[in-house]
Ligand binder design. Structure first.
Ligand code: BGC
Length: 432
């Protein structure tokens, strides 16, 4: 039942008088059991050995752009069942994971039926362990051949993505609960406001060029590193994918997940803030979809044209972000004020070696989530980033986002106290 309806039914003194405490408790239980409490990961960051993906090429050019190669990652490719069982035992009811397009279509038009069967087994494992499955169809990576012909600037790749999404729906759609086409397609705008795009542009362009030379593909462009140049193609691919998935019988909600910082105006002038928020959100919120996935890690002050770095003395995470457990609440309220679509928090978390700070972050974040729900915002889930310490893109293996540590080489999983802490919240359906 939606929170709004739930409050309409039993909220307030009059409502309480009409509904017995038992019925209220039942309604509250039904409502909280519908709420998704989960953890998230991305195929490329955890599976290991995604050699047919574009980033594998980008990882191996000189000079390197990435602090470490992804390599075996967390070997989730072979260990998904034990991970899903572990997450369920911790108390979660939802597992967010990625389906790596390059495994399913390693060369244009060449379909790996073994890989389709593999991801079906992952979804069956979710079912077996009582977990809802939230699937991402492109989490920053694409097959090499997609990058080789210019990423989503090539209309053939836009069509190929839609066909891929339809293929996944046909092969396993009845096991999917929620699907995101693209993960954070708006990230380049957030990064531009931070000033980092300008700083890293020459290195990224050199790496794209080197990858193109290595692959004999002068048009090479990895979407993740292409800045805002592929936005039109990604939006078209998203819209076509939704139509293709519906055509293939998809019954589950389909949407986008978006990078959404929780910002405020610096110095009382909010023109920069308003411009940033509309550049970050508008075109993506106007795209077709059944929900919006909110992904928030931090927030800060925004000046006329760019973010203002956090003041000296601010507690910073391993990513250099201000430690802001309440950021997720601000992001939820921002999106709720701009769309009527249902919302999920599809990522929120903190990179830290100090698990006590992770617990403090989670506690603050969930308190904000609860305030949003109590205010009637149609928020349907909280999915924490991440289950495992994993490969954090350019930063390699240093940042620790996981509730569970992973021993290098043996891949042994070592749950941290924060895993039990958030798992218990998930089991209870809230902080209290
Ligand atoms: C991405 C994840 C990433 C996380 C932490 C999000 O932008 O979707 O892939 O690991 O943030 O930086």
């Amino acid at each position: 039942m939606e929170r709004r309806n739930f409050l309409g039914l039993v909220g307030g003194a009059a409502g309480t008088a009409m509904v017995s405490p038992r019925a209220q408790a039942q309604a509250a239980r039904a409502e909280s059991s519908d709420f998704l409490w989960g953890t998230a990961g991305a195929a490329y960051q955890v599976e290991g050995g995604n050699v047919a993906s574009d980033l594998w090429v980008m990882e191996h050019v000189e000079p390197p752009l990435f602090a470490d190669p992804s390599g075996d990652a967390c070997d989730v490719y072979h260990r998904f069942d034990e991970d899903i069982a572990m997450a369920a035992a911790l108390g979660f009811n939802t597992h967010r994971f990625g389906i790596e397009w390059a495994r399913i279509e390693p060369e244009r038009g060449q379909i790996s039926h073994a890989s389709l069967a593999y991801y079906r087994r992952v979804l069956q494992s979710c079912r077996r362990h009582g977990m809802k499955a939230v699937v991402t169809l492109s989490h920053f990576t694409v097959p090499r051949w997609v990058a080789a012909s210019g990423g989503f600037t090539d209309p053939a790749n836009v069509e190929a993505f839609a066909a891929h999404c339809a293929r996944v729906t046909e092969a396993m759609g009845e096991l999917i609960d929620v699907a995101a086409t693209f993960n954070e397609p708006n990230l380049a705008t957030v990064v531009r406001w931070s000033g980092l795009s300008e700083k890293y542009r020459p290195y990224i362009e050199a790496a794209q060029k080197a990858a193109g030379m290595a692959q004999n593909a002068p048009a090479w462009s990895s979407p993740m590193l292409a800045g805002e140049r592929q936005y039109d193609g990604i939006l078209a691919a998203h819209a076509q994918a939704i139509a293709a998935m519906r055509g293939a019988g998809a019954r589950f909600p389909i949407g986008l997940t978006l990078a959404i910082p929780d910002d405020r105006a610096a110095g009382g002038d909010d023109r920069g803030l308003r411009r940033k928020q509309s550049e970050v959100l508008d075109r993506w919120l106007a795209a077709p979809g059944d929900f919006v996935g909110i992904q928030t890690y931090t927030g800060g002050e925004v000046g006329a044209d760019s973010d203002i770095p956090p003041p000296v003395g601010t507690e910073l995470t391993q990513m250099g972000y201000a430690f802001t457990p309440n950021a997720v609440e601000g992001a939820i309220r921002l999106v709720a004020s701009r769309t009527d679509q249902p919302l999920y928090v599809t990522e929120n978390g903190v990179a830290t070696e100090d698990d006590r700070r992770r617990i403090a972050y989670i506690e603050g974040a969930i308190a904000g989530v609860e305030r949003c729900r109590a205010d009637g915002i149609d928020l349907r889930g909280y999915i924490h980033w991440s289950l495992l310490d994993n490969w954090e893109w350019v930063a390699g293996y240093r940042p620790k986002f996981g509730l569970v540590a992973v021993e290098p080489k043996t891949f042994r999983r070592l749950p941290k106290p924060s895993a039990k802490f958030l798992g218990a919240i998930a089991r209870r359906g809230g902080l209290a």
